[in-house]
Design a protein around this ligand. Structure first.
Ligand code: TXD
Length: 319
């Protein structure tokens, strides 16, 4: 069987971690593309040199030439500038849009059959722009945020309940950012929904509200600590889970920024919703019913994303 090829566009903190995780999981050959000369080459060589110890084979290549991503099965995009302290995700809009143009052209030319996972912020609008620029089918271009946001939510809930993170499931909807909508009703400990756990006296509504807020601020909390960059271990792991679902046709049900065509009342936008990821890319959008309050929170989130899409269209009328 032919080996899969994974192209990582952006070889910074997340890109490097992605390369390491993809190698450990033996996904296949790995190409790291970055505009900084030497950076992807150095990381690729270093990674290859861990192969004999870890026991993985494969080709590892760093490059400044898009031709090297030719035929990639999965492309994960982290190229761009990360948030600095005090900077909102939206400040990144103009800078990272230009990056998406270059990246999108590269993917369109050399890897039009790939499953593309975008991570670059501001996520929901960058993935939308990247899809427009590449012209790839909507089901093959997806944004990573929900797996990360729900992983953060799961960790905080597990700490609160003093149970294993493995037994906690969490559900988040909406755009990646301050308006994301963690749905406690659909979040559980071994199938027991959080509102039931409140009734059982395991926690209080106040504590849950605090956890929801901490989840929303999860990215900023880490930016504040790191000072020179943003989170990378958890974001990389999250995107790898999505790539794994595609490569192994696992039909995982994962939250992701997906293209909506009427679901949840949203049209032609990328917003975080649960989806099924398998060999067909995004194979299905899972549409759950929402209460009035949840709908209102979701709408606020959708409005925020829609404002950014409008801003992008103004910055670059060709998109
Ligand atoms: O949940 C999520 N989606 C996110 C998103 C969680 C955390 C961080 N998130 C965003 O990911 C973050 O705001 C950034 O927009 C991206 C990448 O974060 P990372 O921490 O990896 O940033 P780095 O270390 O600065 O790496 C970015 C690399 C860097 O090496 C640049 O030289 C390169 O991108 N870069 C480019 N590569 C290719 N092509 C172009 N044009 C380019 N411009 C910069």
């Amino acid at each position: 069987m032919a080996k899969a090829k994974i192209a990582l566009i952006g070889g910074g903190n997340i890109g490097g971690t992605l390369a390491h995780l993809a190698a450990l999981k033996e996904f296949g050959d790995i190409v790291i593309f970055d505009i900084v000369e030497g950076l992807p080459q150095g990381k690729a060589l270093d990674l290859a040199q861990s192969g004999p110890v870890e026991g993985f084979d494969g080709e590892f290549k760093g490059t400044q030439d898009y031709k090297d991503i030719e035929g990639a099965d999965v492309v994960i995009v982290t190229a761009g500038v990360p948030r600095k302290p005090g900077m909102s995700r939206d400040d990144l809009l103009g800078i990272n849009l230009k990056v998406m143009k270059a990246v999108g052209e590269g993917i369109k030319t050399y890897a039009p059959n790939a499953f593309v996972i975008c991570i670059t912020n501001p996520l929901d609008v960058m993935v939308w722009a990247l899809r427009e620029i590449t012209g790839l089918p909507h089901n093959k271009v997806v944004g990573m945020a929900g797996v990360l946001d729900s992983s953060r939510f799961r960790l905080f809930l597990a700490n609160e309940f003093k149970v294993s993170v493995e037994d906690v499931t969490a559900f988040v909807l909406g755009g990646h950012g301050d308006t994301m909508v963690p749905l406690t009703r659909y979040s559980t400990v071994a199938g027991i929904p959080v509102p039931d756990l409140i009734e059982m006296g395991w926690t209080t509504q106040e504590n849950i509200d605090g956890i929801v807020q901490r989840t929303r601020d999860g990215g900023a909390e880490i930016v504040k600590l790191l000072k020179t960059g943003s989170a990378f271990y958890a974001p990389a792991t999250s995107a790898i889970e999505m790539a794994d679902a595609y490569l192994k046709d696992k039909k995982r049900v994962l939250p992701a920024a997906a293209h909506l065509t009427g679901q949840y009342g949203v049209n032609d936008m990328y917003v975080g919703v649960p989806v099924v990821i398998g060999a067909g890319g995004v194979e299905r959008i899972v549409e759950v019913s929402l209460t009035k309050d949840e709908k209102a929170m979701f709408q606020t989130s959708v409005d925020a994303v829609s404002g950014l899409v409008d801003a992008v269209k103004k910055i670059d009328q060709s998109i």
